[in-house]
Design a protein around this ligand. Structure first.
Ligand code: FMN
Length: 201
């Protein structure tokens, strides 16, 4: 059975382009694979906390002490477990101030752990997640960042590719609903939703 992990990050619960893309994709997946297992986290509605000091030992491969260290490590372990067991990771990623929402950064901070999801080798860092996972990034922005003058300000797609690559996620497809604040924003939005749904085929 396929397992899909979904991370919503839009602050907008009703008119979000990234949420609409995610929903269109999931609807089509459910239609073709009714017993698909979908785990959804709305990180905008229920954000994870920033990393607390007690997480430090776990981040560098040490065994956490019982108490607060073990508790924060357990939360991180649970999130990593979901990631390890998922075949597809869907990330709804609105562009906020030229980069990812801080809610998504908090999730990344919890799942990127030395000795657990990546390690340093003589050849450089190596991802430790099981291979074969697919990542779908559904991003939305008011302006255009895939080309033109905005491209130099895109700190979302290049960043996500780097940071996900660190833990071994390199099969990453991106659908952009960009130019949402432009006059042709509604048409761009519909095209992006169709592109997102098509990834389920
Ligand atoms: C806090 C905040 C910061 C934003 N920063 C940018 C930005 O840097 N560049 C941009 O083009 N749009 C920016 N926008 C607009 C959003 O990217 C745009 O509304 C997008 O559609 C949001 O995704 P969503 O529709 O999934 O909620 C920002 C919106 C918010 C709420």
């Amino acid at each position: 059975m396929t397992q899909i992990l979904v991370l919503h990050n839009s602050l907008n619960p009703s008119a979000s382009a990234s949420r609409a893309m995610t929903e269109a994709y999931l609807q089509r997946v459910r239609a073709s694979e009714p017993d698909v297992r979908i785990i959804e986290h709305d990180l905008a509605a229920r954000p994870l906390p920033h990393l607390p000091p007690e997480i430090l030992p776990s981040l560098f491969g040490q065994v956490p002490q019982p108490g607060p260290e073990a508790e924060v490590a357990a939360r991180s372990d649970a999130l990593i477990g979901e990631l390890e067991q998922s075949d597809v990771i869907v990330i709804g990623a609105p562009l906020y101030n030229f980069t990812i929402p801080s809610t998504l950064k908090a999730w990344l901070d919890h799942v990127i752990r030395g000795g657990r999801t990546f390690s340093y080798t003589e050849a450089g860092p190596q991802g430790l997640l099981p291979p074969g996972k697919r990542v779908l990034v559904f991003t939305a922005s008011g302006g255009v960042y895939s080309e033109g003058p905005g491209a130099a300000l895109d700190h979302l797609v290049p960043y996500l590719k780097s940071v996900l690559g660190l833990i071994g996620l390199s099969d990453i497809q991106v659908v952009r609903a960009e130019g949402m604040k432009l006059p042709d924003g509604p048409a761009r939005r519909e095209a992006a939703i169709a592109d997102a749904a098509a990834l389920a085929d």
